[in-house]
Design a protein around this ligand. Structure first.
Ligand code: FES
Ligand SMILES: [Fe+2]
Length: 445
């Protein structure tokens, strides 16, 4: 799929916002983070402008769009967007806001349509975003240019092995470049099957009282909490009900830290697996070794956790892919899909879907533990003293290097390395004026 060019439009002025230099909130060489970055409202607004608006963000999976007119509504940061397959079979994404008074154009979660018609005054847009009907058009002046009032389209849209990403930033590097070295790790989930992947069973959505970074950071870097936070779940899942063996509790593994802020931790012990029996039995591990190589089958393909900066995360073992949508500094919405290989028989796909729900669905035995942690971390940040405390991210400091097996920089599995990488990227974006802050560069309407 090719990138979508920006639709040039002149726009009126934006209100200038003073930006804060966030350097003093971090001492990442020494593993220190000031908690204010999780709760301050003005930093949150800056984050929408400088982290979300310029970055490539995950939208949906290609398999959600089968026929022209199929659409899905989601968010990029807090911007509501419609993702739609046009009659030319091209996937586009637009702001889900009418050009007349800004009404939400599409109020459905997903579906199929020939046109998006605003329920306020009836302006109507086709699935390529073009304004195709304006009621009472005779009452507009002669110089009303209907062509100029189409939906506001993203600057670039592209896919990586079924995953659709977009950005508002016309200057963003191509998606493949933005994913960088992370693609080698992502392929351990996305490239097992020559037929590719698809999503099954719809999208689960739930709200949590926590800053989105708590979740994104944890999925990039945190195996550390597993033994403690998920102790009861591990006990339930152990064959004799007495709890997991040492090779699971003190498991060997690695954690990848990408210079672009992505991160991925994965155990490498063959017994440290939690996959569903039906799914496990279906896989042809010799063929997978042939396709992905031994290293990926024995590491990143198993029970790992990963974040693609900023807010897309996944779990290779159960096909959970999810977005942490920011909803203010103190709240996030989790939107989660189940990803499966296309050539799996239906019963195997279903086994994976149910396994994902049991473990990491909104009431999953692991997910509930994680959500409780993030909510309670946020709840203790509201006070002046507690909200500006320094937090410790020192685990694994000075222990990251090339290991000669896994590409890029890795460290021990039990490490804050990828979290430090995540906040290094976040800090740098927060301190860099985005394209829309440069004179004459802001072409999105
Ligand atoms: S706000 Fe959409 S037609 Fe008026
Ligand atoms: Fe967890």
């Amino acid at each position: 799929m090719t990138s979508t060019p920006a639709r040039p439009m002149d726009r009126l002025a934006r209100v200038p916002h003073p930006s804060v230099d966030v350097s003093a909130h971090f001492d990442l060489d020494n593993g220190l983070v000031d908690r204010t970055v999780f709760s301050d409202p003005s930093l949150y607004q800056q984050e929408l402008r400088r982290v979300f608006a310029p970055s490539w963000l995950f939208l949906a999976h290609e398999s959600q769009f089968k026929r022209p007119g199929d659409f899905f509504t989601t968010y990029m940061g807090e911007d509501p967007v419609i993702v739609a397959l046009g009659r030319d079979r091209r996937i586009r994404a637009f702001l889900n806001a009418c050009r007349h008074r800004g009404m939400r154009i599409c109020r459905a979660d997903a579906g199929a349509t020939k046109a998006f018609t605003c329920s306020y005054h009836g302006w109507s847009y086709d699935t390529s975003g073009k304004l195709v009907n304006v009621p009472n058009q005779g009452d507009y002046p002669d110089h009303f240019e209907q062509d100029r009032w189409g939906l506001v389209e993203v600057a670039q849209l592209d896919t990586y092995k079924g995953l659709i990403f977009a950005t508002w930033n016309p200057e963003a590097p191509p998606l493949a470049e933005a994913l960088g070295g992370m693609t080698w790790y992502m392929d351990a989930m996305l490239d097992r099957d020559p037929e590719g992947t698809e999503v099954v069973g719809g999208v689960h959505k739930w709200a949590l009282e926590g800053n989105w970074k708590l979740a994104a950071e944890q999925f990039a870097s945190d195996w550390y909490h597993v033994n403690i936070s998920h102790a009861s779940a591990l006990m339930v899942m152990s064959p004799n009900g007495k709890g997991p063996k040492d090779e699971i509790v003190q498991t060997p593994g690695r954690q990848y830290s990408d210079p672009l802020g992505h991160g991925h931790g994965f155990p490498t012990h063959p017994k440290s697996r939690f996959d569903d029996r039906v799914v496990h039995d279906w896989y042809d591990y010799d063929a997978l070794r042939e396709r992905l190589g031994d290293t990926r089958v024995e590491g990143p393909m198993t029970t790992g956790h990963a974040t693609v900066f900023p807010n897309f995360s996944y779990l290779p073992v159960n096909g959970s892919i999810r977005v942490w949508h920011p909803k203010g500094p103190n709240r996030m919405e989790v939107w989660a899909w189940t990803l499966v290989d296309r050539s799996m028989p239906d019963e195997v796909k279903d086994a994976q879907r149910l396994y994902n729900l049991r473990t990491f669905g909104p009431t999953g035995i692991f997910e509930q533990d994680d959500g409780e942690n993030w909510s309670e971390c946020q709840a203790t940040a509201h006070g002046f003293m507690s909200g500006s405390m320094t937090l410790n991210y020192q685990m694994g400091l000075d222990l990251q290097a090339e290991d000669g097996v896994h590409p890029g920089t890795t460290g021990r599995l039990y490490s804050d390395g990828a979290a430090r990488g995540f906040y290094t990227r976040w800090r740098d974006l927060m301190n860099t004026p985005a394209w829309h802050e440069k004179p004459g560069k802001d072409t999105t309407s």
